[in-house]
Design a protein around this ligand. Sequence first.
Ligand code: ITT
Length: 203
Amino acid sequence: MIRRVGERLVIATHNEGKLREISALLEPFGIACTGAAELDLPEPEETGVTFIDNAELKARTAADLSGLPALADDSGLCVEALGGMPGVFSARWAEAREGNRDFALAMERVWEQVEACGPQVSRDAHFVCALAIAWPNDGQTESFEGRVDGQLVWPPRGGQGFGYDPMFLPEGHEQTFGEMDPDAKHAISHRARAFRKLVAELE
Ligand code: ITT
């Protein structure tokens, strides 16, 4: 068992899709969430080599600057044919001109590279989510990881979710994350799985 979170938690993300999903997952616990953008917190440079490293780095920065417990998420799509890429670089693969992100472009980049490996290559992929909670002052941090396996599809399907969701078909399902209702995604997603581990450990 780890410590109490209290009534207010900073969600150390500038990604609106993540903020929406994390707020929905936290809703039953009566914890008020404040997004990093609302507190004007900076986006730290993600220098870690693992999802956990980056989640801890973002949570620690937000906790120290806000003086409140902070929850951060580092996540991404790992494609078997590409040796696990884009992985921790999932956001970077979406970078278009002027620093804007374009996930239609990112999905095309992924698909082009998979196709370049040949027609027989595996379409297997998984999403990973690392969640880290950091408390201010004493440096305590706790991390949890969740994963969901599936396959890539082309063309992308559905307008729900965010990021790479329209090209990801979770194992045992007929709808991509982009086609699923948010509640259906929350029942099986990498984020929900990491979140369940976190909740099991919280007071
Ligand atoms: P923060 O660091 O501010 O949280 P970010 O978007 O930069 O936001 P990451 O560095 O963790 O976050 O990048 C992970 C990318 O992987 C993210 O931009 C998404 O597009 C993608 N991704 C993560 N979870 C996803 C999900 O559930 N569905 C689709 N794409 C996802």
